[in-house]
Design a protein around this ligand. Structure first.
Ligand SMILES: [Zn+2]
Length: 420
């Protein structure tokens, strides 16, 4: 990894060089096709320095030439157009789900080249599941004519549950309750792929929540908190300048288990406590909540559909936008729960942005408008919250699986070292 210069005993010059190299590389990745002087204009590096760095990147294969651009106004030499070579290396993502594993292969720009799901032979047997997963990854590489040592720059492993990413341990595999907690997954992958030193394991919700920020890097400076609600489990992440903050016990992000003092009933959660946020706002509860609010004489049609169970929770949520007073009252309560979480996060994390996504954010304008309005009127000791809410209305069924490999790619590019 890092080398200390023998002559001076200082690591500074080499670090600056690598820093500049990574800076130019990330600019190239961001711009698509550009010239050395375009990168220079955005930085404090001279064109000569950048040309030198681009030469190293080209020689290593990380940058590719795209011909010549138009000449400058002064009529000088036509500048070389360069682009990031996204197929320089590839990354595999493995997501351990309840009954099957999902595999993706992406290039360095996160383009999804392959998605595959394979059922477990025996979901209760963790060793077989991991062994089969390693073999499946090897099979994918062979099929794609890729070499684990030469072409693979990392493996990203995802699982639902409590994950200590720093130690590489799964503390609590939420859907695979027969799996023992520990470091087995990482240990087996590291043993199977000894040539790959960039293997990571992370809570799937954290990676999913980070996805919007990968797509909107302008939000990714300072503290940003993202959470996805409405599904059975709430996913969340806290980022500090684009880096996931885990906390001493890797519990930051488990916002779904904040308990709600304003709950109208006691709902038990698997974590052992009552009235956790994610339980109270779970989509499946909407019919029951609506039946409690509805006046069957006023909204008779909706009432009948609820009694006959011919309306899905998502369709039901949509009724708020169509003017159903009962569903609007239900969403008002859901918004209150969100505000309780935000108020608690305000005094613990104090982020600049809240990115809120998931079923409610994507499914209902009434929810989005209502939450914004209530948020704008919420104060702390009379001080308005100096933060912004941004909604991610993207769908979770998205074909784009870039989120699965994004952190492994950024770690690879951030630690990349090239010789002159
Ligand atoms: Zn809970």
């Amino acid at each position: 990894m890092d080398t200390i210069s023998k002559k001076t005993g200082s690591r500074k010059p080499k670090n600056i060089k690598h820093h500049n190299l990574r800076y130019v590389l990330s600019n190239l990745k961001k711009h698509g096709v550009c010239t050395a002087s375009e990168i220079s204009k955005e930085s404090n590096l001279s064109v000569t320095t950048i040309v030198k760095i681009l030469d190293i990147l080209k020689r290593e294969g990380l940058a590719r030439s795209c011909g010549k651009g138009p000449s400058t106004r002064e009529g000088g030499k036509r500048p070389e157009l360069l682009a990031f070579n996204e197929t320089y290396k590839y990354v595999v993502g493995v997501f351990f789900l309840r009954t099957q594993a999902r595999y993706v292969l992406t290039d360095l720009n996160g383009n999804t080249l392959l998605v595959r799901e394979v059922s477990y032979r025996d979901a209760s047997d963790i060793d077989t599941c991991i062994k089969d997963a390693c073999e499946q990854v090897a099979r994918i590489l062979t099929e794609q004519k890729l070499d684990a040592a030469k072409d693979l720059c990392g493996i990203s492993i995802l699982i639902d549950g409590v994950v200590n990413a720093g130690l590489g341990t799964v503390e609590y595999p939420i859907h695979n309750s027969t799996w023992k907690p520990g470091r087995q997954i990482m240990d087996q992958f590291e043993a199977y792929f000894p040539e790959t030193d960039n293997i990571m394991i992370e809570n799937s919700g954290r990676l999913w929540s980070q996805r919007f920020l990968e797509m909107n890097p302008e939000l990714a400076t300072g503290r940003v908190l993202a959470f996805y609600t409405g599904m059975a489990n709430t996913a969340g992440v806290l980022l500090d300048n684009g880096v996931i903050v885990h906390g001493a016990n890797c519990l930051i992000g488990e916002f779904g288990h904040m308990t709600m003092p304003n709950a109208r009933q006691a709902v038990m959660c698997e974590c052992g406590r009552a009235n956790c946020f994610e339980k109270l706002i779970a989509l499946e509860r909407l019919p029951e909540y609506t039946l409690r609010e509805i006046d069957k004489n006023v909204e008779s049609e909706l009432y009948e559909r609820l009694m006959e169970r011919t309306i899905t929770p998502l369709e039901l949520m949509g009724q708020a936008d169509l003017g159903s007073a009962a569903v609007q009252r239900v969403l008002d309560q859901i918004i209150e729960y969100h505000l309780t979480v935000i108020s608690n996060l305000m005094v613990t994390c104090d982020p600049k942005y809240y990115v809120i996504g998931g079923a409610y954010a994507a499914g209902s304008a009434y929810f989005r408008d209502g939450l914004m309005k209530r948020f704008d009127h919420t104060t702390f000791w009379g001080i308005p919250f100096g933060a912004n809410i941004v909604f991610d209305t993207g769908s979770m069924e998205d074909e784009d699986k870039a989120y699965m490999t994004a952190p492994v790619i950024s770690r690879y590019l951030q630690t990349l070292r090239l010789d002159d």
